[in-house]
Design a protein around this ligand. Structure first.
Ligand code: AMP
Ligand code: FE
Ligand code: FE
Ligand code: ZN
Length: 276
C-alpha cells in the first residue's frame, strides 16, 4: 500500500533529524510521498535536490504560525518554487524576529537562575534558521534541570508562562495571499487544536485551499466534522504526522502515522496545475 506523510519537521526548525535523514527514514519505512514542513522556514527543504530524488516524491513545504482572530493558528504552505523572492523575504523577516525573541527568553531564564549561555543556544539551534521554544527545552534537559520537553513547557515555556515572550506573527490573510502569489497551496494545519471555531470559517473565507484533516491531534469526531466542511467548501484534504523526532512526543518514529496516498496525489496534481 502506498502511503504519505505531508507534515514533517527537520533540524531547520525544531525537528531532531536533518532533511537528508528524514528522506532516508521515509524510504526505509515505505513512504511514497513526504513533505518537509518546517516552522517558518524553507532552509531545510532547500538543501535537498528533490528533482533528482527518484526513490520517493518529496514535496517542498513550510508551516507558518500566524494570527487569526486573536489566536495563533498554523498554515501549511506547499510550493514548487522554494526560492521565490517574496517567500524568502517573509521567512527572513520571521527568522530575525524569532532569534530576537529567543534571546529575550534566554535572558528571562538567566534571571530565574537557569545557567544557560549564548553558546549553549548556538549549539542547540545548530543550522536552524527558525529558532523556537523547543531549542530552549533541549538545553534545559541537557543541563539536567528537567527530564522531558513536556515538563519544561508545563513549568516554564507555556504560552503566558513566566519565561514566555510572544512572537510577532503575520496575519492569516497575509500567509494565504503569499501562497497564492507564489503559485503555492495553503492548508489549515491541525484544526483540532484551534480554540475558536470561527477561525476555520475565517481561513476558508480568505481563500485557503484546504484542511489538514488527518493529523494525530484531530480526534475522530473532529475529523468527521471537518470532512463535512471540506465537502461543502470543495477544498483539498491533507494529512500528516507532524513528526519532530522528539522523545515523548507522538509519533516518535516516522511511518507509524500515515496518510492515504490519494491526498498526497491530489495535492501534487494541484501543485503541477499551478505551475503550468
Ligand atoms: P515556538 O514556535 O517557539 O512558539 O514553539 C512552539 C513549538 O513548540 C511547537 O511548534 C511545538 O513543536 C513545540 N511545543 C509546544 N508545546 C509543546 C509541548 N507541550 N511539548 C513539546 N513540544 C511543544
Ligand atoms: Fe514544532
Ligand atoms: Fe503546528
Ligand atoms: Zn508542525
Amino acid at each position: 500500500m502506498r502511503v504519505a506523510d505531508l507534515h514533517i519537521h527537520t533540524t531547520a526548525s525544531d525537528g531532531i533529524y536533518s532533511p537528508a535523514e528524514i528522506v532516508e527514514q521515509a524510504i526505509a519505512v515505505g513512504l511514497s510521498t513526504i513533505a518537509i514542513t518546517d516552522h517558518d522556514t524553507v532552509g531545510g527543504i532547500i538543501t535537498l535536490d528533490t528533482e533528482k530524488e527518484t526513490r520517493i516524491n518529496v514535496i517542498a513545504g513550510i508551516e507558518f504560525s500566524c494570527n487569526c482572530l486573536g489566536e495563533e493558528i498554523h498554515i501549511l504552505g506547499y510550493m514548487c518554487n522554494v526560492k521565490h523572492p517574496k517567500l524568502l523575504a517573509m521567512v527572513d523577516n520571521i527568522s530575525v524576529l524569532r532569534k530576537e525573541r529567543l534571546l529575550k527568553m534566554l535572558s528571562r531564564l538567566n534571571d530565574r537562575g537557569y545557567a544557560i549561555t549564548m553558546e549553549d543556544l548556538h549549539q542547540a539551534t545548530g543550522s536552524a534558521l527558525s529558532w523556537g521554544r523547543p531549542h530552549l527545552a533541549k538545553i534545559l534537559i541537557q543541563k539536567g534541570y528537567f527530564s522531558t520537553v513536556g515538563e519544561v513547557f508545563e513549568k516554564l515555556l507555556y504560552s503566558g508562562g513566566p519565561v514566555f515572550i510572544p512572537r510577532t506573527k503575520p496575519e492569516y490573510t497575509e500567509v494565504i495571499d503569499l501562497m497564492h502569489e507564489i503559485g503555492g497551496i495553503s492548508i489549515l494545519a491541525h484544526p483540532g487544536i484551534i480554540k475558536n471555531a470561527q477561525c476555520i470559517n475565517a481561513v476558508l473565507d480568505a481563500g485557503i485551499d484546504g484542511i489538514e484533516i488527518y493529523h494525530p491531534k484531530n480526534d475522530l469526531a473532529c475529523r468527521g466534522r471537518l470532512e463535512v466542511i471540506a465537502k461543502d467548501r470543495r477544498c483539498l484534504v491533507t494529512g500528516g504526522s507532524d513528526f519532530h523526532g522528539m522523545r515523548g512526543r507522538f509519533p516518535e518514529k516516522l511511518g507509524i502515522w500515515n496518510t492515504d496516498i490519494s491526498y498526497a496525489d491530489a495535492l501534487q496534481i494541484r501543485l503541477n496545475e499551478q505551475q503550468e
